[in-house]
Ligand binder design. Structure first.
Ligand code: G6P
Length: 467
């Protein structure tokens, strides 16, 4: 029997509902398979030695959580710096927001080495290791350098830009070459796979061997699309629980005479939140019948506050939202409610169900699981409409949503108007088709198809022995 070892920067207790797509999906996966979950503890030690960190383990049901603290200097260069001020903007096509300072990459390498050193002694010979996301791209190379021979898979939750954007990263060759230390690299969409393929051929000089396999430096890696899904049954259960039902009823009462539009995001420039507000403004200008009748609720949870681009966005958004309410609001109606707080996950299904239109309009997004959650939360008899950016990974699957270009303010306003006016029969038909797709490609399908491609079946995975 093999054990599954999941490695990600961000961890959560898999027995409790987490916020954020990655932590939720990995929690759902590990709840099913048992295993070890390794990553950052969330603690920053102010006087910690760079490249060092205390390791702690604890049991959460069938899952062993093993976490490492980060020294303040490492947190600044690895997490805020290289991960979130270099890789995040570049991979989301925002070279203008990237800050290519050399000390960032040093911290990034240091923490990847630290993780490798701390993880290695916890590994069993027959473990299967599954590494997640852009914080940890070179982790397998660091593990291999220490002698690790286990199978290692990597899944990138964010998009991959075209090769010429990647090539703007001063360390792109080193970074992309480190992918060859993995046995399997999973991406969210076919578009991402096409970009990696072109990079491998044009920039890395790799040999293509068919079925997504590329060879270079005496190693072969397989690259494929494994679009991540949600745990549909679990989310439906959450939707029937008292918190969600209460939230739904409270929203219905509050907005009884209004049509509710909803956006739920982390406050991130990739999510296209200002563009959405502009489109909403355009909607009110072009179709005045929505005045006093439509309300946009936008929940933007605080994220990466200390990174400049995020604080700039916050200011911009506060200005835009204030202006819309000032220009259009009335004593008995505010067009927009902007909430810069995290909403408890147990309330999310109720909020989604109360909304006639779900607005998921990122400028670029790996997948976007809120789009799937919005659909699942709907009442199949009287479902709301999903307005989805064509630049979200989810758009490759969710074709029956109203697909929009978030840069096109007028087009987006028209799509929102179409959503608000859509006849019941069409809403039902689109919803049924979306549900079928989301059910078919749920989080369990994702786990099984990725691990299957890595050569492991679910039956071969077992609960952990004590770590
Ligand atoms: C995205 C990333 C995840 C990350 C999450 C929350 O979904 O793909 O890796 O954990 O955002 O961001 P944070 O910086 O708070 O971990």
């Amino acid at each position: 029997m093999s054990r599954l070892v999941v490695v990600s920067n961000r961890l959560a207790d898999p027995r409790r509902p987490a916020a954020g797509g990655l932590a939720v999906a990995l929690g759902d996966t590990l709840n099913r398979t048992g295993g070890l979950w390794f990553g950052w503890s969330g603690t920053v030690t102010p006087d910690g030695e760079p490249g060092e960190g205390r390791l702690q383990t604890r049991q959460a049901g069938r899952v062993t959580l093993a976490t490492v603290d980060l020294a303040a200097e490492d947190f600044a260069s690895y997490y805020q710096g290289y991960s979130n001020s270099v890789l995040w903007p570049v991979f989301h096509y925002r070279l203008d927001l990237a800050d290519f300072r050399t000390d960032y990459v040093e911290g990034y390498r240091r923490v990847n080495r630290l993780f490798a050193r701390k993880l290695l002694p916890l590994l069993h010979d027959d473990d299967v290791i599954w590494v997640h996301d852009y914080h940890l791209i070179p982790l397998a190379a660091e593990l291999r350098a220490l002698g690790c021979r286990q199978r290692i898979g990597f899944f990138l939750h964010i998009p991959v830009p075209p090769p010429l954007i990647l090539a703007a990263l001063p360390q792109h060759e080193w970074l992309m070459r480190s992918l060859f230390a993995y046995d399997l690299v999973g991406l969210q969409s076919q578009a991402d796979v096409a970009h990696v393929r072109r990079y491998m051929l044009n920039e890395a000089g790799a040999e293509e061997r068919g079925e997504g396999r590329f060879a270079a430096q005496g190693r072969e890696v397989r690259v494929g699309a494994f679009p991540i899904g949600i745990d549909v049954q679990e989310f439906e259960r959450l939707g029937r629980a008292p918190d969600a039902v209460q939230t739904y009823e409270a929203m219905r009462q509050e907005y009884s005479r209004r049509q509710l539009l909803l956006g739920i995001d982390r406050l991130d420039y990739s999510k296209g939140i200002p563009q959405r507000v502009r489109a909403f403004r355009e909607l009110l200008e072009r179709y005045p019948e929505n005045e006093h009748s439509a309300t946009l609720v936008m929940i933007a949870s605080p994220s990466r506050d200390d990174v400049h681009a995020y604080s700039d966005l916050r200011q911009e958004l506060e200005g835009l939202c204030g202006a819309i309410n000032g220009d259009f609001g009335d004593l008995d109606w505010m067009p927009l409610r902007y909430i810069h707080r995290t909403v408890a996950r147990r309330r999310v299904p109720g909020l989604c169900r109360a909304a006639r239109v779900g607005l998921v309009t990122p400028l670029r997004d790996g997948m976007n699981l809120v789009a799937k959650e919005y659909v699942v939360a709907q009442d199949a008899q009287d479902p709301g409409v999903l307005v989805l950016s064509r630049f979200a990974g989810a758009a490759e699957q969710l074709k029956e949503a109203l697909l929009v270009n978030p840069y096109d303010t007028q087009g987006m306003a028209e799509a929102i108007q179409t959503a608000l006016r859509m006849p019941l029969a069409e809403r039902q038909q689109r919803h049924a088709q979306l549900m079928e797709r989301i059910r078919q490609h749920d989080v369990h399908w994702w786990r099984r198809s990725f691990l299957g491609a890595l050569g492991v079946q679910d039956e071969v995975l077992t609960a952990p022995r004590a770590a």
